[in-house]
Design a protein around this ligand. Structure first.
Ligand SMILES: NC(=O)c1ccc[n+]([C@@H]2O[C@H](COP(=O)([O-])OP(=O)(O)OC[C@H]3O[C@@H](n4cnc5c(N)ncnc54)[C@H](OP(=O)(O)O)[C@@H]3O)[C@@H](O)[C@H]2O)c1
Length: 329
């Protein structure tokens, strides 16, 4: 019903004109895609964004984009607390949706959104762009081929230094503040790709003065033996390299595992490198286009079940740390 087979650009409608919206708009030249419409809470800001990125339509309200029959897919680029309602509005209007990470504030809301998309027969995906990156896919392929043997350990850390400011979205609980939802999703999805759902999760962390999670260290355990050490923080930057260690070698994903430039593979035969280009959001955009033209309701690169499972683990970690968002039970 919603398959887009015609050889014409996929017409994107953006909700929100902040930092990530600009980064995605700059990469929409990948594949056969175009920014068609954009909405912001402020009509002038939407118009300025549309002018900057060559969109033909701009609006001062989100509903106008969602209800525009010429928009194929709605990209939700607002801050996390607004993803759920905006996604439900778009899905209800019969639109495909790409929703920024984290899909929603918690797993219950993610189930609600993804169930609604499935019931409506529209495509939905959490924008975990790392999972479409060619070098990440290459690392998965090497592991599946047994190049490093059985995976025994994963390490990944995404931490940045942000000066504490109670109004900054990373610290403001009303705006979904916290390291886990903003940064932690990446090391968690990374470990998930190579080890899957952990049998146990242990959490250490500290809170900022507003009660948002500021530093979080997660230890994932697997009954069959492997472990994963994952970390995220808003208090200090760390190198951002990740490693996958196996019984016969290791892969280092460098220099920044979210958007790597190279894999360094070490086995008993020595060290080899797989180099890649800086790809940013292009592979994610191309994956969404591929899914829409094929009539898929979810991307095999970012399955709905993984999105929900990672949010369940974040729910558990937040409960252990005592981080609760307004309106949550
Ligand atoms: N994939 C990635 O690499 C990546 C990178 C950064 C962020 N993200 C994700 O993308 C989302 C947006 O992050 P960002 O850094 O782009 O955020 P941002 O620039 O601070 O805000 C994005 C937009 O959200 C809306 N918004 C912000 N604060 C609001 C508030 N208090 N009330 C109502 N609406 C508000 C605004 O929309 P209007 O323009 O309509 O006013 C704003 O332009 C987050 O969920 C984040 O996790 C992803």
């Amino acid at each position: 019903m919603y398959q887009i087979t015609a050889d014409r650009p996929i017409r994107w409608g953006f909700l929100g004109t902040g930092g990530i919206a600009a980064s995605m708009a700059a990469d929409l030249h990948h594949g056969n895609n175009m920014l068609y419409a954009v909405a912001a809470r402020d009509a002038d800001r939407a118009a300025a964004f549309a002018a900057r990125f060559d969109a033909s339509h701009s609006h001062g309200d989100y509903r106008s984009v969602v209800e525009d029959p010429d928009v194929d897919i709605v990209y939700i680029a607002t801050t996390h607390p607004f993803h759920r309602d905006q996604a439900l509005m778009a899905i209800d209007a019969g639109k495909h949706v790409l929703i920024e990470k984290p899909l929603t504030l918690n797993a219950a809301h993610a189930r609600e959104v993804l169930t609604a998309a499935r019931d409506k027969g529209v495509f939905a995906m959490e924008a975990v762009w790392m999972r479409a990156n060619p070098l990440i896919l290459k690392a998965q392929e090497l592991v599946a081929q047994g190049v490093i043997g059985d995976v025994v350990a994963v390490h990944a850390d995404f931490s940045i230094e942000v000066q504490f400011d109670p109004a900054h979205r990373l610290f403001d609980l009303d705006n979904g503040g916290g390291a886990l939802l903003d940064l932690g999703v990446y090391p968690m999805h990374f470990a998930w790709l190579f080890l899957g759902r952990p049998d146990t999760q242990q959490v250490l962390g500290t809170l900022s003065p507003t009660g948002s999670d500021a530093t979080v260290a997660l230890q994932w355990g697997y009954d069959s033996g492997p472990t994963a050490q994952l970390r995220c923080a808003t208090t200090a930057s760390t190198p951002g390299r990740a490693t996958i260690a196996g019984t016969a070698g290791s892969i280092s994903v460098e220099p920044w595992f979210l958007n790597p430039r190279r894999l360094v593979v070490t086995t008993s035969e020595g060290e080899s490198r797989v180099d890649g280009d800086e790809t940013a959001y292009g592979p994610q955009i191309e994956e969404v286009e591929r899914c829409l033209r094929a009539g898929l309701l979810e991307s095999p690169r970012v399955p709905h079940a993984d999105t929900i499972a990672i949010l369940e683990l974040i729910d558990q970690a937040r409960a252990d740390l005592g981080v609760r968002y307004p309106g949550e039970a």
